[in-house]
Structures are given as C-alpha cells and as structure tokens.
Design a protein around this ligand. Structure first.
Ligand code: NAG
Ligand code: NAG
Ligand code: NAG
Ligand code: NAG
Ligand code: NAG
Length: 172
C-alpha cells in the first residue's frame, strides 16, 4: 500500500510537472517581454506627448502604443515603433530580452547614452532605426550577432568610431 501511495504520489507530481511546465515557461517568456518594456519605459525621463501613458497595468502590453505583438506567438513583442515622440532618456539594456523582436524604430527622439550591446541577443532582429537621436560611444560589435539584420540606420547621432566591419555589406 505504501509503495502504491508513494508511486501514485510520484506519478501525480510528475504529471503536474509535465502539465505545468509548458504553461510556466510560456508565461515566463511573456513576462520577460513585459518586464523588458517596463525597463524600457523606466529609461525614459521625458515623454512630452504622453505616448507612454498607455503603458500601464490596465492594458495588456500588446496594446501599449508603439508595441506590436506576434499573431502566431501570443504575447510576444515583435515590433517597437516609437518615432518622433520627443522621448528623452537612455535605451535600457533589457531591450535585448524580448527575443521575438524584429523591428525597433526609435528615430527622431532624444535618446542618449550607449547603444546597448545586449541588442546582440535579438537574433531575429531585422530592422534597427535609431537615427536622429543623441546616442554616444561606439556602435557595439555585438550587433553582429543579429544575423538577420537588414536595415541599420544610425545616422545623426553622436556615435564614435566605425561601424563594425562585420556589419558592413561585403565589398566584393
Ligand atoms: C502569458 O501567456 C499566458 C498563456 O499564453 C497567458 O494566459 C497570459 O495572459 C500571458 N500573460 C501576459 C502578461 O501576457
Ligand atoms: C492606461 O492607459 C489607457 C489607454 O491610454 C488609459 O485610458 C487609462 O486611463 C490608463 N490608466 C491609468 C491608470 O493611467
Ligand atoms: C521630429 O520629432 C519632433 C517631435 O519631437 C517633430 O516635431 C518633428 O516634426 C519630427 N521631425 C520629423 C522629420 O519627423
Ligand atoms: C531631427 O531632430 C530635430 C530635433 O528634434 C528635428 O527638428 C528634426 O526634424 C529631426 N529630423 C529628422 C530627419 O527626423
Ligand atoms: C552579446 O550578444 C551575445 C549573443 O547574442 C549575448 O549572449 C551577450 O550577452 C551579448 N553581450 C553583451 C555584453 O551584451
């Protein structure tokens, strides 16, 4: 009887682990995206047009202005489109966490500080437009990990040095 009870318990525990793991994993992933967006917002010190006022708990983050989510992978952020909003602040390194991101457009704002090298974690990233901001320092070599990157616009910033060679189109 004891053996039966304990193997039943073990079976139940295993079943629970089996049933719960996928759910936990997927909610942790979209929690990652939510936390990354909150960190992004925390990096912003001025939002003169109130663009980020919709970034609050009463709306799902997929409905926050400028945030677009995947239709196939529910609750995963694929696009961040916040151009010409007069945003002032720095770009949070957590921007490298929502790994479904394909497009980041922050053109014509006043972002300063570094372009975070954590962007290298966005292996699906195709479009990165940071033009007309005040980004400083070097372009991180880590962008070369974004192997899908097709559009990179960094014009009109305060960047130093060269674009990493690996990112330049081949010259042959
Ligand atoms: C996370 O995903 C689960 C399952 O898909 C969903 O029920 C939940 O609402 C999601 N949470 C957020 C914050 O998107
Ligand atoms: C959250 O954002 C929505 C949409 O912009 C807005 O209607 C609502 O008042 C906001 N809630 C809070 C608590 O700021
Ligand atoms: C740049 O953004 C400002 C708002 O901060 C806006 O007034 C201006 O028209 C924008 N310029 C372009 C070319 O989009
Ligand atoms: C660049 O930013 C300045 C200052 O916000 C703005 O006046 C100008 O229209 C912007 N240019 C472009 C091409 O976005
Ligand atoms: C650079 O990118 C790699 C690969 O995506 C990532 O694992 C690493 O954390 C990034 N390094 C930094 C300093 O962000």
């Amino acid at each position: 009887m004891k053996a039966f009870v304990s193997s039943f318990l073990l079976y139940t525990v295993l079943l629970c682990i089996h049933l719960w793991r996928p759910v936990t994993a997927s909610s942790m992933q979209n929690e990652t995206d939510r936390l990354a967006l909150i960190a992004f917002k925390d990096g912003i010190t001025q939002d003169p047009l109130g663009m980020l006022s919709s970034w609050n708990d009463s709306l799902h983050f997929c409905r926050w202005s400028g945030v677009y989510c995947s239709r196939r992978h529910v609750h995963r952020v694929t696009k961040l489109n916040l151009f010409s909003y007069g945003l002032v602040g720095s770009l949070s390194p957590h921007i490298g966490n929502p790994t479904f991101l394909r497009t980041i457009v922050l053109q014509n704002n006043s972002f300063h500080g570094k372009v975070p090298s954590e962007i290298g974690g966005l292996f699906r990233l195709q479009v990165l437009v940071l033009s007309n901001n005040s980004f400083e320092a070097k372009v991180p070599t880590n962008l070369t990990y974004c192997s899908e990157l097709r559009v990179l616009n960094l014009i009109d910033n305060k960047l130093e040095g060269k674009i990493p060679e690996e990112l330049a189109p081949s010259q042959n």
